[in-house]
Design a protein around this ligand. Structure first.
Ligand SMILES: *Cc1c(COP(=O)(O)O)cnc(C)c1O
Length: 421
């Protein structure tokens, strides 16, 4: 990384060497003065693949042509539409096909999975999570605790960074697990903290959690499509993620769920059931007794939302063509180049930018504190055709996404930011 140069020419060379460079053309970029914006918000809403329209059109056409019979006659029959997403999704998160399903939305899936995997007893009822988790996760955990009749203050263990630090130390997580090992029911952590961009050592946390007798689940909203995940091999109990961030499936699109194979045969697991979780062969006998599917599909409630699945499929097919390994190789380069550019700016601007994302534990996102700056900086970035994400009081989150961001994007970001500071 010491070989990097802060110049347009150098960024261009990096783009020419990038084997994924042509994928940028598969996406629509918002425009600013006739030019693509510098879009660093793929961690919030991924860009639209140009192919999405035709995937949606296919389903509209089949609906027009077949009506209800589209469930069987559509090019991709709606009855089993979710199944054509399974293998490719499993590859993205490192799971067996029987362990993943696309259904509902993220917070909904977290609740449905906690119905099965957070079953507190008088003795074991605590949940351990990261402090300042994404608000929806905090509300989900708090409401689960209350739902079961426990006190949030007593039952929720939140692990925060130490004073003056931004990174949560893994040692502090393990220490807390050990301290509460007799009362810990569940560990629920974001695989990547949305604010700091810190990536957690999921494998080690699962091990520590299981040793303490707890279940371990992850929210992978910022992990899916961003990190090399191995949910099966890591022995993760359950996980959920959304598809509209790194997975580019469009606003509010269908979410993912993972349940480890070893739980599939356990018919004692309580769950909220619906007809789509019922054994497929006998589902349409419309019988009174629920016969669960012996896979994660058991947790499905409703028939599949075809339009949002079609939008997801458009992006999924691109992910499958590229593969996570190539994406991650590029991601590491892009993010190191961004880090380099930030350091170059610091040399000239009195170290006013502080990267709070841990160097060793990160995906593509860098969270940058702009010391001495406020919201006005963000407004000016937007005026100048840069779309980063802003968190009060002065944190800029930048996610250069390997699927469509370029090294030139990073150069331009640096050049504009330098001018504005
Ligand atoms: C984006 C995000 C959510 C959003 O939840 P939805 O149910 O999709 O609205 C939840 N949790 C985390 C960690 C997120 O990053």
């Amino acid at each position: 990384m010491t070989d990097y140069i802060n110049s347009l020419e150098f960024a261009k060379q990096l783009d020419q060497k990038d084997i994924l460079n042509s994928y940028r053309d598969k996406f629509y970029f918002p425009q600013h003065n006739g030019q693509d914006v510098v879009y660093f918000t793929g961690n919030s809403l991924g860009l639209q693949p140009k192919a999405t329209k035709s995937y949606l059109q296919q389903e509209l056409d089949d609906w027009a042509k077949f009506g209800v019979e589209g469930h069987f006659l559509a090019k991709n029959p709606w009855m089993s539409y979710h199944e054509i997403l399974t293998n490719k999704t499993a590859k993205i998160v490192g799971a067996l096909p029987s362990e993943v399903v696309m259904m509902n939305q993220l917070t909904v899936n977290l609740h449905l999975l906690m119905v099965s995997f957070y079953r507190p007893t008088k003795q074991r009822y605590k949940i351990l999570c990261e402090a300042k988790a994404f608000p929806s996760d905090q509300y989900a955990l708090q409401s689960q605790i209350k739902f079961h009749g426990f006190e949030i203050d007593d039952a929720l263990i939140e692990i925060a960074p130490r004073d003056g630090e931004y990174e949560i130390r893994h040692d502090d997580i393990y220490k807390a697990i050990d301290e509460h090992k007799d009362s810990l029911a569940l560990i629920m952590i974001g695989g990547v903290n949305y604010f700091s961009g810190q990536v957690f050592d999921m494998k080690a946390i699962v091990e520590a959690g299981h040793k303490a007798g707890a279940i371990v689940g992850f929210d992978l909203a910022h992990g899916a499509g961003n990190l090399k995940l191995q949910l099966h091999d890591w022995n993760v109990d359950f996980a959920a993620w959304c598809s509209y961030k790194y997975l580019n499936a469009g606003p509010g699109s269908v979410a993912g769920a993972f349940v480890h194979e070893r739980h599939h045969q356990n018919t004692n697991l309580p769950l909220f059931a619906g007809w789509w979780g019922h054994d497929k062969a006998s589902r349409f006998k419309m019988d009174k007794t629920f016969v669960p599917i012996q896979s994660v599909e058991r947790w499905q409630l409703s028939n599949a939302p075809i339009f949002s699945m079609a939008a997801y499929k458009a992006s999924l097919d691109i992910f499958d063509e590229v593969g996570m390994d190539k994406l991650i190789a590029k991601s590491k380069e892009l993010t190191s180049y961004l880090e380099f550019i930030v350091e170059e700016i610091n040399k000239q601007k009195n170290n006013c930018l502080e990267i709070i994302t841990p160097k060793q534990n990160r995906g593509c996102q860098l969270s940058i504190v702009a010391h001495g700056q406020g919201r006005a900086l963000y407004d000016k970035l937007i005026e100048n055709g840069v779309i980063p994400d802003w968190r009060e009081p002065n944190v800029i989150r930048c996610a250069p996404v390997p699927m469509y961001n370029s090294f030139i994007d990073i150069y331009r970001f640096g050049e504009i930011l330098m001018r504005l500071l």
